[in-house]
Design a protein around this ligand. Structure first.
Ligand code: FE2
Length: 371
């Protein structure tokens, strides 16, 4: 297609908006495809009513209660899902009495709260708040929290998760957004521990159902390994976001993981744009190709009112979202953002589980209304 324009517009997206206008980005392929900017006289979120399933939604996952919060044999709680991803939370307070193996997909655990260790086929990883832990499909593992209050956001990636390739990093170079050397691998124990005399159960998940298999010895019995398939972790403090001091960059600049028909991005503390005419908040957009989930981990979520850590917003394909009025009004008063948030964008429709609906903030769709 060819580049055209009509009426009032800017020469540079997100900068020097025509007086009295609100910029909306209407783009395809998650900010990589054809794109136009519309300069509107009203914020596109100034609706007055909603009927039907596509309203913007928000959920307080702090209020959701996975069975593993007080039952060691209990499972995580599935809150959103489609054929490519499953979003769950775990509040596990005690060690798993079994070993677990996911036959459906790779897992990305984000540690929102808590500390502990995970035993795996490849050795042991300790974890802390802010860690992303990547566990390849069919790895056997066991989670041992050392804290009582724990909160994991778990994204199952069917069938697998990768990091952006060197080609995808392109102009920003191979060491962005984190150096490969910054990841942590599990460490094998110095001496294999047989743990004889106890039954060792492995629970294997396939298509959501569980199979139990028992060994008379500790099944994590590897005394060595080699290869490029293994669990690993990176903490958000070791991810170094890119930004431009002159123009607001789109979410793909913050991509952490690539999934099948989905992507995980991490929004991290960073200085805001310096130029007086540059937009400092996410521009209004209607998702053309992706459902968008944002999990709020820490900091002050300045572009969203009434959102606290542990909450989740859901912006479905087709509907607009953008900064809340207060953020838009105050954007020139602040110089940095200290927010940490995990975004999951899915190409295919995400289904919302009833357990999410039970912790929904039903009026979220009205939250753009000027007070
Ligand atoms: Fe968005």
């Amino acid at each position: 297609m060819y580049l055209y324009h009509q009426g009032k517009h800017t020469r540079q997206a997100h900068v020097d908006l025509p007086e009295g206008t609100f910029e909306e980005e209407h783009g395809r392929l998650g900010f990589f495809g054809p794109v136009s900017h519309l300069y509107r006289v009203h914020p596109p979120t100034d609706w007055t009513s909603f009927e039907g399933p596509l309203r913007p939604r928000a959920f307080d996952f702090n209020e959701a209660r996975p069975a593993d919060i007080d039952d060691p044999r209990g499972s995580r709680l599935r809150l959103m899902y489609n054929n490519d991803v499953v979003v769950s939370i775990s509040r596990r307070s005690e060690a798993m009495p079994y070993y677990f193996r996911n036959g459906d997909g790779d897992e990305v655990w984000f540690v929102h709260e808590g500390e502990g260790r995970i035993e795996t086929d490849y050795g042991e990883l300790t974890y802390e708040k802010g860690d992303y832990i990547v566990i390849p499909r069919v790895t056997t593992y066991r989670v041992h929290p050392s804290t009582k209050e724990n909160f994991f956001l778990i994204i199952e990636a069917i069938p697998q998760v990768t990091v952006p390739s060197m080609a995808q990093k392109g102009l920003i170079g191979v060491h962005a957004l984190f150096d490969q050397s910054a990841i942590t691998l599990p460490k094998l124990p110095d001496v294999y521990e047989e743990r004889a005399g106890t039954d060792h159960e492995i629970v294997v998940q396939r298509e959501g159902t569980w199979t139990s298999v028992v060994y008379p010895f500790n099944p994590l019995d590897a005394v060595g390994w080699k290869g490029d398939c293994y669990p690993w972790k990176i903490n958000v403090r070791d991810i170094r976001p890119v930004m431009s001091h002159r123009v607001h960059l789109p979410p793909p600049a913050h991509t952490t993981f690539m999934l099948n028909n989905a992507v995980i991005c991490t929004f991290l503390p960073r200085p805001l744009e310096e130029d007086a005419d540059a937009l400092k908040v996410p521009f209004y957009h209607r998702n053309a190709d992706y459902d968008e989930v944002l999990f709020y981990h820490a900091g002050n979520f300045f572009s969203r009112d009434n959102i606290k850590p542990g909450m989740v917003t859901f912006h479905p394909t087709g509907m607009h979202h953008g900064p809340h009025p207060k953020a838009l009004a105050n954007m020139h008063k602040i110089e940095r953002t200290d927010e940490i948030a995990v975004m999951l964008d899915t190409l295919n429709t995400l289904h919302i589980a009833p357990e999410s609906e039970s912790v929904e903030w039903k009026e979220y769709w009205q939250s753009w209304k000027k007070k």
